[in-house]
Write a protein of this length. Structure first.
Length: 152
């Protein structure tokens, strides 16, 4: 393999067969759940940003619908089944300290389950606008700021 100009970028190209390697972005989802004027957050059990709070979130599997990924991640991290309400935003995040390049954020509401921190969350809790903890990652930071300002 050697770097060659292909499709406007330097990309690895096989010197024998000419195969071009394209690097795909890592895509994640995040879920904003508001209930009784409080937002649901999970505390990260692992690095990066262990101990910081964030919206329930995680990576989309290669063959997974983004809304299904959002429901799955929420269930895995909080024990709560949710129904997606709407697409909220899409964030380009290659430099915010996480491992995702794109984060698709949805709003959702709870339809079942029992609140329990699990998977890569060691705590889960509800927070008012006045008691928001330090948030990990750009999507959580921006969405929580918008919510705290009454813009969501």
């Amino acid at each position: 393999m050697e770097l060659r100009d292909r499709f406007g970028h330097q990309r690895p190209v096989c010197t024998v067969c000419g195969h071009v390697v394209f690097f795909d972005p890592k895509v994640a989802v995040a879920v904003l759940i508001i209930q009784d004027e409080r937002v649901l957050l999970v505390r990260r059990a692992n690095d990066p940003l262990k101990g910081y709070w964030a919206l329930p979130a995680g990576f989309i599997e290669w063959n997974e619908d983004p809304q299904e990924a959002a429901r799955r991640e929420c269930l895995e991290e909080t024990g709560l089944a949710v129904e997606i309400d709407r697409l909220l935003d899409i964030f380009h995040t290659p430099d915010d300290g996480g491992l995702a390049d794109l984060v698709i954020a949805y709003t959702a509401h709870i339809v079942g389950g029992s609140l329990l921190a699990a998977d890569d969350a060691d705590a889960v809790g509800w927070f008012s606008r006045a008691d928001l903890p330090p948030a990990a990652f750009l999507p959580s930071q921006r969405l929580l700021a918008r919510w705290a300002q009454g813009l969501l």
